[in-house]
Every structure is written in C-alpha cells, then in structure tokens.
Design a protein around this ligand. Structure first.
Ligand code: ACM
Length: 612
C-alpha cells in the first residue's frame, strides 16, 4: 500500500531521487543481516557497505557472494542482467521491504549510489565513527528509481591558496561522494603555491610549494620580507597522488587535475624565473601578487614549452581522467605586449591582439594534451581570440561563455561564480568569517545550468568551486562546503522538475544530523538574522530584519542588552530607530528555542550601507 504525504516526509534523501514510493513498514538491520552480492563485480561496493555499516552498528556483517535465495534479512546488491536504459551507468533501483533490501543497477556506480541512498534512510547515527548502542537500525520500506540529470557533478578545491593534507583531501572526497558528486576538480597550482611533485623539476616543490607564513585577513598580508624564510605550504608526492586517485576511484569520483597556465603562475615562475618574460626572481606570494609582478608564462620562450611538456606528460600519466584542466583565466596579457620576443611571435603568426596570443598558447598546449591521449579543459577565457578546436569550457564569469561555447559545438561545465562559488560567504557578514561576495543556500539551490540560449546537448554538468584564499583550515573548508554543496548536488543530480525549496529545506535540516554525527562542520547560517538599513519616507534610517528561511521568530533590542524571546518581536514592518540608540541586537528562535546566532548591528555600520 502506497502512502502519500505524512509518511513520504520521512524520506530526506539528498539529492532527491527521481521517484520514491513509500510503503508500509520498515526493514530492520540486525547482527544477523547478510549482505549478498551476486557476482564479484559487486564486491567493491558490498565491502564498502559492510565496513560503513559495521563501524556504527558494532555488528560484524560480512558481505558474501551468493546466488540470491529467498532468505529473509538480507541486503542484495546486484547488477542487472539486462541493462535498464533509463538507469544508465549511474542510476539504480532501491527496493526495501520488511525482509529485503535490494539495490540493482547496470554498473557498480549505480550500486554505490543506491547504497548512499540506503545510508540516508537509516538513522543519522549510521554516520558515527564509533559504535552507537541501543539504536534501532531501521529504514522505511520504499521503492526508489533514481538516475542523474547530468553526468558531470563536480566540486573544485583550491589547494594552492591554502594547502590541505592527503587525509583532508580524502575526507573531502568521501563526503562529496555521499551526495553523488562524481568529479573532484583539484586546483593544484597558483601564485601562492605549487602542490604537485613533477619529476625532473625539483624546484617546483623545493621553492614553489612554500611561501612566507601569514595569519590574519587575506588581502592585508605583508609582502615577503628580505631574508624571510618560506615555511608555509606543502605538496603532494606522486605516491600521494596515486593514493588519492585510487581512494577516489573506489568512491566513483574522477579527479580532474588543474595546472593553471599561462597566468596564476607565480609559484612556477618563482621556481624557474627564466619562464616569464621579465625573467625576474620573485618569491611565491602569500596573497594576490601586485600587478607589477610578472606571473605569466612567456609564450615565445622555448623553455616554457619544454617545461609544459614535462609537466603535462606526468599529469596525463598520474590522472586517469580523460580531461586535463589548463586554467587559462585572468592572464595579465600586458606583459606579453612589453616583450619583444612575444611581439615578434605575434608578427610572424599574424596575430593581431593579446587575446589572439593567448589563443595561440592554448592551441599549442592543446596539441600537447591531445598527444597524451587527453582532452583539454579551461576556464572561459580560453574562448577569447579563438578557442582551441577540441577544448571543453568551464563557464565561471557567468553563463555567457558557456552559452557561446555550446553554440560553437564545444562541451561546457557550468560553474557561474554568482551561484556556485562556495568561497563566497553564506550569511550575515556581521558574523560570518570574511570572504568575497555572498551566496546563500537558496542562491545555490536556484542555480540554473541550462540557461536560456544554451544548447543543452553540450552541457556536461556543473561544479561548485571552493577557492581558499579565506579558508586557512579544514574545519572552515567543511563549513563553506556544507550545506551549500547539498543544494548543488540537487541541481546537478536532481530531476528538472525538482521539488520545492521548502521541501529541500526540510531535507537539509535532517541532513544536518548526519553531518553532525559524521563530525563534519556545516554552516547554520540559514538560521541567522539579516539586518538592513533602508531609507524611510522621512529620510531617516529604518531597520529591516529578515531570515533566510521561513518559520523563524525574530526578536530584537535597541538598548544594548541581549535579546531573547521575551524581547520585542519583529513583524515585517521596518523599525524606527529610538533616539540615542547605537546598535540593534537581533536573535532568531524557533518553537520557543534560540536557533540562530545573535547578530549585533552597529547603526553607523548599517547607515553606511543603507539601501535608498
Ligand atoms: C576563476 O575564478 N578565476 C576561474
């Protein structure tokens, strides 16, 4: 018997499956449950499931290979004998009755995703890293059919601005795989650090991986001082890289390596100063280098091409991904225009603009990439001056680059900075740690990767990008990722007719329990109040209060004391400022309990930012 709303609301899977039918009853996991895979091809997923279930239940479940029988209390993982065309490579069906859990798919990828959905149907304690006694390990009876909307579902991590260890990167990949992301885009190089060992270029990791230590706010750091030691940084050895690639593969995550050229190249140029036009020796920089520093590779220099060949040969060998990301963004091309060799090259090749010279660079680079059996991908600047023939474009400056590239018949990944850049802050700037811009959870959720004018046949999918200028530690990395990556997972995996924002919010708030149990730091910014100064009819400032989500009660005080639920409540009517007040203090409650952080808004600060 199928139930509709009340019982459906027990399902909180993210990303939302294509179809869910909730039936009466539960499957109860016990110490005698057996995990059965029908052939050795399912073993990898079955072993992983066994490990995941045993950690928190304390059971000793063992996966076994078996012809499926009629026994009760079993979890079956099986590959379909006759592939189901709707499911594709990554889809699955998950059928739970009181006696069986059956996950079926065409490929192990699908079984893995079916397993992840099953985990989200068990109580949040399943995410515990230690045994949790006295839990009833039940999952509701359901029939789920599910498959992704887009085949490219990525998260990008910048490990140059701040370095993250092998373990931290693995944990990141593990967490993203739970929400059915399948591409980890690894931004391995930038002005602030080179992070990958390249054999034959030892200075990259001796010099390029290290910069002077700075603590505090990005953008205020002192330049490297004469004689100062560069002690902050790190890099991955080729053995580390192989380990992480294998770790990701087990979780059906492909790693897209990015080596950002011709610009964002100061760590490379600090290691080998002969590669820039000015040939000056600069240190690796602890923040954005000033415009006067030449961080751009010299296109006309043969040494540049020898080095690039060496680097991309090894990148192609280390990473099984069929794409290599070559960056291409934000090149200060004016350095080329001051370099006689580059000007001579332009003349010889009939190139008439700086963008044309970058296009020449990208086309020459694409030949190297293709000669290694790979395809080239780059940020949307690679469109300028003429795109390389086979290149795939990552559209970050908005949607226009992506739209244009699809019209020209190029594949595109959508990562518009206005809704997918997780490096931007996610709530009230009065209390959020610093970062550029603001993207709320809802803004992520509203990301449209098939904007008007795009040719959808060429959109592979999307990515959320995490630039780490303002992210100096792993806990903050998690905070900036979750829950907004949940919204993106729903955009990239979920159906076109995805459910409402309010239903997503319901599910997100349940997922908080899973994240908390998994000891992942997530942001609760959706509960925090916004405070805004707006100009009233009489030209005086009025105060508007709001929250990111409905259903919160907002209380405030102008008298310097801390508000609670006995304080004045805000009812959608902008407030007049009492004479003499210098600040408004605001807090949110739900169901009689405080839920958001208290925000203190200095009136002078609000006045400066007042909306007319
Ligand atoms: C970028 O954000 N510069 C790709």
């Amino acid at each position: 018997m199928a139930y509709s709303k009340p019982i459906d609301s027990a399902i909180h899977i993210i990303p939302e499956p294509v179809s869910v039918k909730v039936n009466e009853g539960h499957f109860r996991l016990s110490s005698s449950t057996r995990i059965i895979s029908t052939s050795s091809k399912e073993n990898g997923v079955a072993n992983m499931m066994q490990r995941m279930l045993n950690i928190s239940t304390g059971y000793h479940l063992r996966s076994e290979k078996h012809e499926t029988g009629k026994e009760n209390n079993i979890i079956i993982l099986k590959l379909n004998q006759f592939p189901d065309t709707i499911l594709g490579d990554e889809g699955y069906t998950l059928n739970i009755t009181q006696h069986h859990v059956v996950i079926a798919a065409n490929k192990p990828h699908g079984l893995f995703y079916g397993m992840q959905s099953f985990m989200q149907l068990l109580p949040p304690s399943i995410e515990s890293k230690a045994v949790v006694p006295k839990v009833i390990w039940e999952a509701p009876c359901v029939d789920i059919t599910d498959y992704p909307r887009f085949k490219w579902r990525g998260l990008m991590l910048d490990v140059s601005r701040h370095f993250f260890t092998v373990k931290e990167v693995e944990e990141y990949i593990n967490e993203m795989a739970k929400y059915k992301f399948n591409v980890f885009h690894w931004h391995l190089t930038d002005d602030q650090g080179w992070r990958i060992q390249i054999k034959g270029l030892p200075r990259l990791t001796e010099i390029g991986a290290w910069r002077v230590p700075r603590t505090g706010r990005w953008g205020t750091f002192k330049a490297p001082q004469p004689g100062e030691k560069a002690t902050d940084g790190g890099y991955y050895t080729q053995e580390d890289i192989k380990k992480i690639v294998a770790y990701a593969k087990k979780r059906f995550v492909t790693i897209l390596p990015e080596i950002d050229v011709p610009a964002h190249g100061l760590a490379l140029i600090a290691s080998y100063p002969n590669l820039s036009g000015t040939q000056k020796q600069y240190p690796v920089w602890p923040q954005y280098p000033p415009d006067t520093i030449d961080n751009v590779l010299d296109v006309a220099n043969d040494s540049v091409w020898i080095v690039l060949n060496k680097i991309f040969t090894q990148i192609a060998e280390l990473f099984p991904c069929k794409y290599i990301h070559v960056g291409g963004d934000e090149a200060n091309r004016s350095f080329w225009m001051k370099n006689p060799d580059d000007l001579a090259l332009m003349k010889k090749e009939g190139i008439t603009s700086p963008a044309g010279l970058q296009s020449y660079f990208e086309k020459k680079l694409e030949k190297i990439i293709v000669s290694k059996g790979k395809r080239m991908m780059g940020w949307d600047e690679i469109l300028e001056g003429g795109i390389a023939p086979e290149a795939t474009v990552m559209s970050w400056r908005g949607e226009e680059g992506g739209i244009e590239a699809t019209r020209m018949g190029h594949h595109v990944i959508m990562s518009p900075y206005g809704s997918t850049y997780l490096s931007q802050i996610q709530g009230n700037s009065l209390i959020e740690p610093p970062g550029p811009g603001m993207i709320t959870l809802q803004k992520c959720y509203d990301t449209n990767i098939l904007p008007e004018g795009v040719n959808p046949d060429f959109i592979l999918g999307g990515e959320g990008c995490l630039w780490t200028e303002y992210i100096p530690n792993n806990r903050h990395l998690e905070y900036m990722t979750w829950p907004r990556a949940l919204a993106l997972s729903e955009v990239f995996w979920g159906t076109k007719d995805k459910s409402t924002w309010s239903d997503f919010l319901r599910r997100v708030q349940v997922q908080f329990k899973y994240l908390k149990t998994a000891q992942i730091k997530y942001a609760t910014s959706i509960y925090d109040p916004f405070i805004e100064g707006v100009k009233g009819d009489d030209d005086s400032m009025k105060i508007k209060l709001s929250a990111q989500i409905p259903g919160l009660d907002i209380y405030y005080r102008f008298d310097e004391t801390n508000p609670d639920n006995f304080s004045p409540e805000y009812h959608n009517k902008p407030l007049s400022v009492p004479n003499g007040a210098t600040a408004i203090k605001v807090i949110t409650y739900r169901g009689g309990k405080p839920i958001g952080h208290q925000v203190n808004g200095p009136l002078s600060w609000l006045e400066k930012r007042m909306r007319k």
